[in-house]
Design a protein around this ligand. Structure first.
Ligand code: PAF
Length: 282
């Protein structure tokens, strides 16, 4: 497995891989867990070679978010990725990604503004900008992202379409279903911040979402189902709810009725100071 830190060797290495087949990219910020490794395994099914980027992107952290505290464990990550048969790790430092004088920002308006975007202004600009750069740097045939960050996936798909990015097709951006613990909690690096007690209570989130989705399918009005979801979370040990919305899965426009089969339930809620997000089809 090659570990590459500069753009010129990256281009040479990708060109060499291309001689023997397609390349799938899994963009990450490192600190690998089973969710990331699932993306890597899915990528390996879809392309001859898997490239993983590891870059803690400063542009997607807000002023009040602790960029320095974000876990960095490149050596451990590379051991795990090597075991999965990854061909190449692209691990630029901030100066390689954003050289002096860097001045370009990509803002995907509308779809970035609500939900997590409302609580984290500028976050999705940072994501869209770095992912656009990663696509141009690696030029993969396909790229894989976790569905757990549903809004992120929607923003990236919109950005790739709007900018005619050189991926073979829109469906070259693949969303991989969320990996869950036995009690339904979605895997997330943030779960590590929970005490054993809070971790046990956090399973109220997927439970409450499943209950709300079932109630929506039974014809309960959206506002009533969402209020019930919030109440279930508060009774289950959550401190507050940032948002609980039924939205169109692609545009993220809020829905006031369950129509067609493209509705998605998206929730962000806080427990013991940790903000958890999740989403499921409704
Ligand atoms: O989901 C992440 O880990 C990041 O937001 C991404 C897509 C790698 C961009 O930095």
């Amino acid at each position: 497995m090659q570990i590459i830190r500069q753009i010129d060797p990256l281009r040479a290495a990708v060109a060499a891989l291309r001689q023997s087949g397609s390349v799938a990219l899994v963009p990450t910020m490192g600190a690998m867990h089973e969710g990331h490794l699932t993306l890597v395994r899915e990528a390996a099914k879809r392309a001859a070679h898997v490239a993983v980027s590891i870059f803690v992107n400063p542009r997607q952290f807000g002023a009040n978010e602790d960029l320095d505290a974000y876990p960095r464990q490149l050596e451990r990550d590379c051991v795990l990725l090597d075991r999965e048969g990854v061909a190449l790790v692209w691990a630029p430092d901030a100066a390689a990604m954003y050289p002096a004088g860097y001045a370009t920002n990509i803002a995907v308006s509308g779809i970035s503004d609500g939900l997590c975007g409302a609580a984290r202004p500028g976050h999705f600009d940072g994501v869209a900008t770095v992912v656009c750069k990663l696509f141009n740097q690696v030029r993969p045939d396909t790229a894989l992202f976790g569905e757990k960050d549903w809004q992120q996936l929607a923003v990236i798909r919109r950005m790739a379409r709007d900018l005619d990015l050189i991926l073979p097709a829109v469906n070259a951006i693949i969303g991989v279903p969320t990996v869950r613990e036995a009690d339904g909690l979605a895997l997330s690096s943030r779960n590590a911040y929970l005490s054993a007690d809070l971790r046990a209570r956090a399973a109220a989130l997927p439970r409450a979402m499943q209950r709300a989705a079932a109630r929506l399918r039974d014809g309960v009005p959206v506002a009533v189902a969402l209020a019930g979801l919030a109440q279930d979370l508060l009774e289950g040990g959550f401190d507050s709810i940032d948002y609980a919305e039924l939205v169109d899965a692609e545009t993220l426009v809020p829905l006031d009725a369950l129509t067609g089969n493209s509705a998605r339930l998206l929730v962000a809620a806080r427990i013991g100071g940790t903000r958890l997000i999740d989403n499921i089809p409704a």
